[in-house]
Design a protein around this ligand. Structure first.
Ligand SMILES: Cc1cc2nc3c(=O)[nH]c(=O)nc-3n(C[C@H](O)[C@H](O)[C@H](O)COP(=O)(O)O)c2cc1C
Length: 170
């Protein structure tokens, strides 16, 4: 039975992370793995998949709206299969990272109470991704806010290994 990794992204880092998770999971299972934008999940939804991983970029401390809508519309099917979730954000400090991870995990569990796990990964941010007020904040607080690629691939691989281990127990 196949695995779905469904993502919502604004600037692609979430999709890149999903592809990396898929590649790593493929070392744990021979099941087919599809990485799809939530908008491209087939009309019969997640029912053709045995396992689902949902990922979203974080904007304004929340998942992107297509990911939130996907969780809500698919909640019945998600309740009957193993589900993991990941977020991709750019918290300014480790304390905020922990808080954001907890808060988003709690929100995802409102739709998927049996969620197996949720993690927040760092992503990428560039000047042109932000509206002018955001750019100003980066300009005024260069010690706190920095543009660039902050993806921690080792952390992504380690999480995919955890999920892969979980799959073997099902
Ligand atoms: C308009 C905007 C708002 C954002 N708000 C947050 C936020 O509240 N918390 C956070 O951790 N990251 C925030 N970020 C950072 C993004 O989540 C980060 O750049 C992530 O890598 C984006 O993923 P994507 O490339 O898949 O779109 C924001 C980025 C943008 C462009």
């Amino acid at each position: 039975m196949s695995i779905l990794i469904a993502v919502a992204t604004a600037h692609n880092s979430t999709r890149d992370i999903a592809q990396r998770i898929a590649a790593r999971l493929a070392t744990h299972t021979s099941d087919p793995i599809d990485v799809l934008d939530v908008a491209n999940v087939p009309a019969d939804g997640v029912s053709r998949y045995a396992t689902v991983i949902v990922g979203s970029a974080v904007h304004m401390q929340s998942w992107l709206s297509p990911a939130r809508k996907f969780l809500h519309s698919e909640r019945a099917a998600l309740a009957t299969r193993p589900v993991w979730a990941f977020s991709v954000g750019m918290p300014d400090t480790e304390v905020h990272a922990v808080k954001e991870e907890e808060m988003i995990g709690k929100n995802v569990r409102k739709e998927v109470p049996e969620l197996r796990g949720h993690v927040l990964f760092k992503g990428r941010i560039e000047r042109e991704h932000l509206p002018w007020p955001g750019r100003l904040i980066f300009k005024w607080f260069p010690n706190i806010w920095k543009f660039g690629d902050f993806v921690e691939w080792d952390k992504v691989d380690a999480w995919a290994d955890e999920v892969g281990g979980g799959l073997k127990k099902d």
